[in-house]
Design a protein around this ligand. Sequence first.
Ligand SMILES: [Zn+2]
Length: 239
Amino acid sequence: MTDELLHHWALHLIDEEAVRHASDRAKLPDLRRVQEARLATERRKVEASAKRSAELSARRRALERDAAAFEVQEKKYRTQLDAVTDQKQYEAVQHEIAGVAGKRGDLETTVLEILEEEESLAAGKPALDAALAKTEQETAVQITKLGAEETRLAERIAELDRRRTEATQPLEPAARVRYEKVRVSKGGRAVVAVTNGACGGCARNLTPHAQQDARKRDRLLTCDGCGRFMMLPPEESGT
Ligand SMILES: [Zn+2]
């Protein structure tokens, strides 16, 4: 195993870890959105219930005002009733009274129905509030954890960046430039292991000749498929 290979293998290990951390970090915004969506759902339930309550209460008060107006009207007719003298007039006023009383009765029935729904909403409110409070607490814990994970990964990635810079120091300037170029263009993975006779980056099979070259462990190979540097891992040096 040459120094060149050992230096590149060290870079391989650094880069694989950095890529893993970067991938984990990329998942964090989605995980945060899941928590936010969960909280928003619970908030919407509480808001919808409050909105419905307010609508019902406003509607009920309007109906109660209408019913009161019919009651006033009914009283007026009853006063008229005392004053009428002939049967026909009496029947006509009685008819009016029955009309407004019927309308008032219908309104009162609706008011009772609304009251029932308002009561049912009020009865369900503590459970909704409790569920929201619980979700607020749980999502806050999760979001704090995700923030801590973000910090941890960022620190780890920064540390790996420092180690990578160090690990490239022993390389020839031209080799360092080549490595950096491939790393940047290949999703952070410039050096890959030859695994089961194939490139560890793109899975392209090596020719028997290239496999033989890899086993010599005297120089870096370049994959014809993805352009990454390839080598057999040092721990397989017995094969
Ligand atoms: Zn490849």
